[in-house]
Design a protein around this ligand. Structure first.
Ligand code: CU
Length: 662
């Protein structure tokens, strides 16, 4: 029943509910990023002081000798981070409306919606999904580049097997920060910017279901990023991105930054996923049946289900780790009756679905874009949808393939070998659909399409090398080596990040009304594609030759290959720099307007102006046909943007009435 409706009256301008009001206060006193920073700093100092007091670190007698405040050093850090997060959110004004409602006062901002203009809104807790999308876009580029620079530091160290740039301690810190930053933040690199910005418009809605939750999911990411980075000031953590116990319990205070930051991201993605699922279920325009849903939206829904199902497990694992480190609980501490093997299982029960949280959005982007540049309908639409759902479901049944060499009951190996290899089938669906769409197509090789084709190429190498790792005999040899590292960089960077780039070149004109420079885009693409393969392909051989992950010394006979890889990685870094230059040059300096539909796309998002109006649509559209009917004779337009009032209102009123009663 709810499918065909959208509650018109709840639609504030700007697609969402109005932001936190100013109430006539000067800009510096109005909640925004500057008050958030103040809140975070004050919160941290308060929390740290409270921790010192509780653990008697201030010299005052330990007030609570019976409470196992085992490790005094961790409590001040953990309480500092916790109150810093609360201070950050309070400074942003996240709690204002909740508190207002609790005391019966009206929520803020009534009648203020149209003030959502100007750059200032991007530095505030804003409730317009388009603003949140742009905030995520800029945030993700900053996080990705920071983690990328750390990778180049690692490659600089590996230029020589014996001469060192860093100490072994600092090297393992950099490895841990790079891996964790990428794995925790890139979970949202596509869902964040494109999911939040485009999904409502693609389904014909003026807003998301939970604008406050959506905005909150973004504002947790800078905090997670900063807390993780602050680990460098606390001596870092020596256990990579996986945080295996007991090392992660015994490690010094830097490990607290890992556990708090990763746990916080678990909250952020669970919130983001919840909002997207409810938005797609409840806010589709009349005619936007599940069988007409754009492939990108399918990928956002399937990824969001992985978010809400897997992220709470991550949060629980990080919470238990923090408790083991501070209050000496014994969840993962073998010597106290806990189990470090339990940690591995809890971590990977999240960790493997996470790799599909990183793959599915990429599948969604390429499946969405190839019909546009092939000028043909998407081949076997339903098979593509089945592929995404199949991958999402199976991703929960394979996690012990990460434990083939670390504690699994040997009798379970065959089962997890089979379930892991089964995933190749729905993944293959995504490729079959692509082959069918490419077949006899007049392909337009524009920059977004080049990135799509490269994504298919890279992910294929990643997928095939994954089959080796899913086989116990081969995995016993490759486990812990650079072969594994090459495999997941082909699937994650080669897949997700190449798809992300395709998405930026394709949708930035929609999101900003500005097109990225095509020439620079072509340079960016070719250098990135060649440098990427030149960096990671040799690592399969280096791994096969036995070079282990996470150590900075290796067999001297492998120096040649390592040097080749390091120099290639600098070119890869340069290609990302070219992208950043193009991004800044096009959007800040040149600002060449692109108001129309540069790709002649049938997508609903391209039927409105670029950028879209504050409300996304003047009125709720009626969807008439599939977004992929390219080259179809007498194809209907994808939607009627100005349907006669009767058509929509009737549907809305009937559903709306039901909603009020509910
Ligand atoms: Cu896995």
């Amino acid at each position: 029943m709810a499918i065909e409706t959208q509650p018109e009256r709840a639609q504030g301008a700007g697609g969402g509910l109005p932001a936190e009001g100013g109430g006539g206060r000067p800009w510096w006193a109005r909640p925004a990023i500057h008050t958030a920073i103040v809140g975070a700093v004050v919160g941290y100092l308060l929390g740290h002081a409270l921790g010192d007091y509780l653990t008697g670190a201030t010299g005052a007698a330990n007030q609570y000798p019976n409470v196992p405040l085992s490790d005094s050093e961790d409590w001040p850090i953990v309480l500092g981070y916790t109150l810093a997060i609360i201070g950050w959110l309070a400074g942003l004004g996240v709690f204002n409306d909740i508190l207002r409602q609790m005391v019966g006062r009206p929520i803020s901002g009534n009648g203020r919606a149209h003030q959502n203009s100007g750059l200032a809104r991007f530095f505030r807790y804003e409730l317009d999904h388009k603003v949140v999308g742009i905030q995520y876009l800029v945030g993700m580029i900053i996080y990705f580049c920071t983690a990328g620079l750390l990778a180049m530091a690692m490659r600089t160290e590996l230029l020589s097997p014996v001469n060192h740039v860093f100490t072994s301690q600092v090297y393992i810190e950099i490895v841990g920060e790079h891996g964790t930053m990428m794995m925790m933040l890139m979970t949202s690199v596509i869902v964040g910017p494109f999911g939040n910005y485009l999904v409502p418009i693609m389904i014909g809605s003026k807003r998301v279901a939970f604008p406050r939750i959506e905005a909150l999911s973004f504002w947790l990411t800078p905090m997670a990023f900063l807390i993780l980075l602050s680990g460098f000031m606390l001596g870092g953590f020596p256990f990579g991105w996986t945080g295996y116990a007991p090392l992660s319990i015994q490690a010094t205070v830097g490990a607290d930054s890992y556990a708090v930051a990763f746990g916080l991201m678990g909250v952020s993605v669970a919130l983001a996923g919840f909002n997207i699922i409810v938005t797609v279920i409840c806010y589709r325009a009349p005619g936007m049946r599940w069988g007409r849903l754009p492939m990108f939206v399918w990928s956002m829904v399937s990824t969001s289900f992985l978010f809400v199902l897997a992220a709470p497990v991550l949060f629980a694992g990080m919470y238990m780790l923090i408790m083991d480190r501070t209050a000496q609980t014994a969840f993962f501490e073998d010597s106290l009756g806990g189990s470090s093997y339990l940690y591995e299982n809890v971590f990977w029960f999240f960790g493997h679905p996470e790799v599909y949280i990183l793959a599915l959005p990429g599948f969604g982007i390429v499946s969405e874009l190839i019909p546009v540049f092939c000028r043909k309908p998407l081949f076997a639409y339903k098979v593509a949808g089945a592929g995404m759902i199949g991958v999402s479901l199976l991703s929960f049944f394979v996690w012990q393939h990460h434990l083939f060499d670390s504690g699994i009951n040997p009798d379970m190996r065959p089962l997890f070998m089979v379930t892991t290899e089964l995933i190749s089938i729905p993944t293959g669906f995504i490729y079959l659909v692509a082959l069918g769409t490419f077949w006899k197509a007049k392909i337009r090789f524009r920059v977004p399409m080049l990135f799509c084709i490269a994504m298919y190429f890279n992910f294929l190498i990643g997928g095939i090398s994954g089959v080796y790792l899913s086989d116990v005999p081969a995995d016993t040899t490759e486990h812990g080596s650079f072969f594994v590292m090459a495999h997941f960089h082909y699937t994650i960077m080669g897949g997700l990040i190449f798809a992300f780039m395709a998405g930026i070149y394709y949708w930035l004109p929609k999101m900003t009304g500005i097109k990225l420079n095509e020439k620079l885009g072509l340079w960016h693409f070719w250098i990135m594609f060649i440098a990427f393969n030149s960096t990671f392909l040799p690592l399969f051989a280096v791994g096969d030759a036995g070079q282990p992950r996470r150590v900075f010394e290796y067999a001297t006979n492998l120096q040649g290959l390592n040097d080749w890889v390091s120099i290639s990685s600098y070119f890869l870094g340069f290609s990302i720099l070219l992208f950043v230059i193009n991004f800044v040059w096009s959007t800040v300096i040149v600002r060449e307007r692109e108001v129309g539909n540069p790709w002649q796309s049938r997508g609903l998002e391209w039927q409105v102006s670029s950028p879209p109006p504050a409300d996304n649509f003047d009125q709720i559209p009626v969807v008439l046909s599939s977004p992929y009917d390219y080259g179809v004779k007498d194809a209907q337009p994808v939607a009627d943007l100005h349907p006669p009032a009767g058509v929509v209102t009737a549907a809305i009123m009937s559903a709306d009435a039901a909603r009020v009663e509910a």
